[in-house]
Design a protein. Structure first.
Length: 278
């Protein structure tokens, strides 16, 4: 096992960030959108150059069918609408990841989150370390002695989130993050949480109890126990996504440059060609 980390990236998180952060005037061949592709590629290159991982794995959502969370809780992420142009770019971005020589995962019923958690579990089991790049604070549950979250803050700045930072930000342990989300709720995913419980109350309860189950056993939230158990399940990243062992990789920037050129994203192609020359 290499002493370099596995870099695990939340593809949708960074692609959406890129799509909303770059001008829509960036076009690729066929007058199709290119901003999310260019922005995502630039994020990935910057992360790779900064971290020098042994390999890169990118997890993706599947938008074409409901994931297991939406099947269990139909309101989950309800009302999210995506522009056709971001959907189109999300469809082709995995081709660029493959051209770069990196691995990715995407499958019906699973979210990108589940691919991140599965890749972390595999890497930790193999005795390695992981860096998880995600703009979603749900990923803080993956933090451990062997796994750090790279959380974008602003203007290209990235915060490194370890165990101490999770405690500092939320007042809970990383493993308690799903309990915390279940209690406090998560407006972005439409998880309601416990009535009248905000972040401060959720954190103070999780100082007194190890988890939601212990609270329920102590007769807290008697009328809402099943709802809260469901919310915790929704907030928990699962480690059963289809991910194979990820060997060490050598980037194939030249192949990625050729694909970017084919897409007529010439500035990106130039940057990738420079990387290929070393």
């Amino acid at each position: 096992m290499s002493d370099r980390p596995l870099l695990i990236v939340d593809g949708d998180s960074f692609a959406h960030r890129a799509y909303h952060g770059l001008p829509k005037t960036i076009r690729r061949a066929g007058n199709k959108g290119g901003g999310a592709i260019v922005g995502f590629a630039n994020y990935l290159i910057r992360l790779y150059e900064a971290e020098r991982p042994r390999a890169v794995f990118v997890g993706w959502d599947t938008l074409a069918e409901p994931n297991w969370r939406a099947l269990e809780f139909p309101d989950y992420q309800g009302g999210r609408e995506f522009d056709d142009e971001i959907v189109d770019q999300l469809d082709v971005l995995p081709q660029l990841i493959t051209a770069m020589g990196f691995a990715w995962g995407k499958a019906g019923r699973f979210e990108a989150d589940d691919f991140l958690a599965t890749a972390v579990a595999l890497e930790e089991k193999a005795g390695g370390t992981a860096l998880v790049a995600s703009g979603d604070r749900d990923a803080f549950q993956l933090v451990s002695d062997h796994t750090t979250v790279l959380h974008p803050v602003k203007a290209g700045e990235i915060a490194r989130i370890g165990i101490a930072e999770v405690r500092e930000r939320y007042g809970v342990e990383p493993r308690q993050v799903p309990d915390f989300i279940a209690l406090r709720g998560d407006p972005s995913d439409k998880i309601p949480g416990a009535k009248g419980v905000g972040a401060t109350t959720a954190a103070s309860l999780l100082k007194r109890y190890p988890d939601l189950e212990a609270m329920i056993a102590d007769n807290k939230f008697p009328a809402h126990a099943e709802d809260l158990r469901l919310y915790k399940r929704l907030a928990t990243m699962v480690t059963t996504a289809p991910v194979k062992a990820i060997p060490d990789q050598t980037p194939t920037w030249d192949k990625a440059a050729a694909l970017a050129r084919q897409w007529e994203l010439n500035n990106l192609a130039d940057r990738l060609e420079q990387l290929a020359k070393g």
